[in-house]
Design a protein around this ligand. Structure first.
Ligand code: ADP
Ligand code: MG
Length: 375
């Protein structure tokens, strides 16, 4: 089921200042393709949950429309939309068994949709199998781990065979290991069932790893939409560049002069045709190459080895981050005692942003970069 948002907007009266309004969701227009998993990503308060609740029908839009396939569902109550919703805090009924929890949404079906007890059980077991909890059907929620409880919540959302599955920060209450495992599970379940899914998270790594497409949001405004890797490789503005990636992108204050990128006094890269101006310069940690006669010099702080990765930690007066982190090839010979470390910069890992607007300045060499820009 394709889901289409057209100029979707939600305005709330401010919780803090009387008489003021908050535009929680500002004019969202995008399409969630049939059978795909889309991640809504952004910091707390950017409007992710509000968007999800409007798709679900729990919140009424202040403006705009929502379509499921060709059907305008904007004013349809939640129970008639065919959606399954999973919250961060599972919200299971504590006095019911797993089986009863999963069957619960089926008990209110009326008319032609009404099911017999046997049919309900069969459905419940089918869904429990998908999320691999069919062995735990007679337990109470309190006898389950957090990850298992969240699977029950997912099974309960699946049992009515929704057209659209909506997940609001479903992994936030799990510890790090379970979070990783459960997110793989969600991806598998989504692939298996092929249900169009919207996944809300503030965790960029989670969104990047699980989504077919991400929508990066800030203060109710869409910043960029695309495949996770495309957005990472070609951020539309400084906010998106900084929000995606661990370790984070290194940002420098610098300028363009005579077709060169200048940091401090050093010309680190040629960008012919780009106008002279002051800029923010973003360089991904994997964008540095150790090179004795490289154009960019930094003060060596130390070298960190973490599993496969070797990072050079360095500083530079033009850096906006307290430290610069450069992930380098583990086999590169490196003199940790040296005072200065010199780098060359990979062309496809450096991004320029307008000093004031923080919008990307395209240098004309990016493949398809302009088309990916979101207006
Ligand atoms: P997120 O899920 O991305 O953290 P929300 O969608 O919950 O963000 O909230 C977006 C903005 O709307 C925030 O500024 C929040 O304070 C505001 N907001 C959300 N719900 C309400 C409400 N019921 N009344 C007033 N303001 C609200
Ligand atoms: Mg939220």
């Amino acid at each position: 089921m394709k889901v289409e948002l057209q100029n979707l907007t939600k305005v709330f009266p401010s919780r803090h200042v009387k008489g003021e309004e908050v535009v929680a969701v500002n004019n969202f227009t995008f399409t969630i393709p049939d059978g795909k998993l889309v991640g809504l990503l952004g910091p707390s308060g950017c409007g992710k949950s509000t968007t999800l609740y409007m798709i679900c029908g729990l919140q009424k839009p202040s403006g705009g429309k929502i379509f499921f396939g060709e059907d305008d569902v904007t004013l349809l109550p939640p129970e008639n939309r065919g959606v399954g919703l999973v919250f961060q805090n599972y919200a299971l009924y504590p006095h019911m068994t797993v089986k009863q929890n999963i069957m619960f949404p089926l008990q209110n079906l009326k008319g032609a949709d009404k099911l017999t007890k046997e049919q309900m059980l069969e459905r419940a077991y089918e869904c429990a199998k998908i999320v691999q909890i069919d062995e735990l059907m007679d337990r109470k929620p309190s006898e389950l781990s957090g990850g298992q409880q969240q699977r029950v919540a997912i099974a309960r959302a699946l049992v009515k065979m929704p057209r659209v599955l909506l997940l609001d920060e479903p992994l936030s209450n799990l510890d790090a290991r379970l979070r990783l495992q459960t997110r793989e599970e969600i991806k598998r379940i989504q692939k298996e069932t092929n249900i169009t899914t919207v996944f809300v998270t503030h965790d960029q790594e989670e969104a990047m790893s699980i989504s077919d497409m991400i929508v990066v949001m800030k203060l109710g405004i869409i910043q960029q939409i695309g495949k996770p890797q495309d957005v990472y490789n070609s951020p539309a503005n400084l906010f998106v560049a900084k929000f995606l990636g661990t370790p984070p992108i290194n940002v420098f204050s610098g300028k363009i002069k005579d077709g060169k990128v200048i940091i401090g006094e050093e010309a680190v890269l040629d960008v012919p045709g780009v106008e002279d101006q002051e800029v923010h310069i973003g360089i991904r940690p994997e964008g540095f190459i150790l090179k004795d006669d490289g154009p960019f010099s930094c003060k060596m702080e130390n070298v960190e080895v973490m599993g496969r990765d070797v990072s050079v930690v360095a500083t530079n007066p033009a850096s906006q981050n307290p430290i610069i982190r450069a992930i380098i090839d583990a086999d590169s010979p490196i003199d940790q005692e040296a005072e200065t470390v010199r780098f060359a910069i990979k062309k496809n890992k450096i991004f320029l942003f307008n000093k004031e607007t923080e919008e990307r300045i395209y240098t004309g060499t990016e493949k398809g970069a302009k088309q990916k820009e979101v207006k």
